[in-house]
Ligand binder design. Structure first.
Ligand code: FMN
Length: 314
């Protein structure tokens, strides 16, 4: 069994966190991931504290540790969500995208592992100054919202060199090969979103799941027009990656014109990253986790090749 800071801290058998994904990862998906030996998280964007508490109760019913992921720029408008999150007994709380520092301090003071997702090396340093226990280096190929400044591998290498807290890699990791690669680089594990977007336990629609299964790796687009088209006010530095659709193809690159026109989209966006091309079937979260767990065999094979080349000195 692979042992890292992540597996030791949360008593996991697989060094994976299923990423918070509002609209997809409710208590059912998070609980299924945690029951399978990884750490499941609930993603929550807008809603009532009671609704978050109800999702957390579903995940907690597995008796395994779980996490909650909140959005910093929305917490500014609904601070009670952080209280509800901390009261519901999570082992980890992530606060990402926006001014996270005050929220992360509260998480840490509550004795809960405080996490944020960063998109540049500088952001990773700021996160450490804010007191995070764990940094997620999230590259631009990832699904949903975040920065598109740097891809996962160059970001991971830079962040691992720059900070002295454990680092998880995020963005584009959906198979054992990807997990093995980031573990070999020095990450404590992977923060995996897209690979769980076609699970029956997810709260997203069957249409969205089918769209993910049907997509290839070139079918996604990083853009702000899908948010402009639904009237969502994400800070401008955070676009989102989703499957291209007619609205995105029509308006991407014409953002100012879209804003002044007031045109709205009625096509629901399917948020997912480039790893959509690796998700080829609807399958249980436990099967996704079991597949990721085979990273261990890949690493052992690689280790054996190294020792064959360089046998120990007698
Ligand atoms: C459908 C979807 C919804 C997401 N919602 C959230 C969210 O509510 N909060 C958050 O911090 N990150 C959110 N993310 C980003 C993920 O936490 C993570 O950064 C991303 O999924 C990692 O890249 P990957 O999709 O290639 O695995 C979302 C991602 C997806 C695909």
């Amino acid at each position: 069994m692979i042992s890292t800071w992540l597996t030791d801290r949360f008593d996991l058998t697989v060094p994976v966190v299923s990423a918070p994904m509002a609209g997809v990862s409710g208590g059912r998906l998070a609980g299924a991931v945690s029951a399978a030996g990884a750490l499941g998280t609930i993603g929550f964007a807008v809603g009532k504290p009671e609704e978050l508490a109800a999702e957390a109760a579903v995940a907690a019913a597995t008796g395994r540790p779980f996490g909650i992921g909140l959005l910093a720029w929305l917490l500014d408008h609904q601070p009670a969500l952080l209280d509800a999150a901390l009261d519901s007994g999570p082992a980890l709380v992530s606060v990402s995208f926006g001014d996270c520092a005050p929220y992360l301090r509260r998480v840490r003071d509550a004795g809960v592992v405080a996490v944020t997702q960063v998109g540049t090396v500088d952001e990773a340093r700021q996160a450490v100054d804010a007191g995070v226990d764990l940094v997620v280096a999230r590259g631009g190929e990832g699904g949903g919202h975040g920065r598109d400044a740097v891809a996962t591998l160059p970001l991971l290498q830079g962040v691992l060199d720059a900070v002295d807290v454990p680092v998880l890699a995020a963005g584009g990791i959906a198979t054992a090969r990807g997990l093995a690669a980031v573990l070999a680089a020095g990450a404590a594990g992977a923060w995996v979103g897209s690979a769980f977007t076609a699970c029956p336990e997810g709260a997203n629609s069957d249409t969205a799941k089918s769209a993910v299964v049907g997509a290839v790796e070139t079918d996604t687009l990083y853009t702000t027009v899908l948010d402009l088209g639904r009237g969502a006010h994400w800070p401008s530095e955070y676009g989102g990656r989703a499957i291209r659709n007619t609205f995105a193809d029509t308006w991407h690159g014409r953002e100012a014109e879209l804003e002044s026109s007031g045109v709205r989209s009625d096509e629901p966006a399917v948020w997912v990253g480039q790893a959509a091309g690796l998700v080829n079937t609807v399958r249980l979260a436990a099967d996704v986790v079991a597949d990721l767990a085979t990273a261990e065999e890949l690493l052992i094979t690689m280790w054996q090749r190294c020792t064959d080349l360089h046998p120990p000195m007698r």
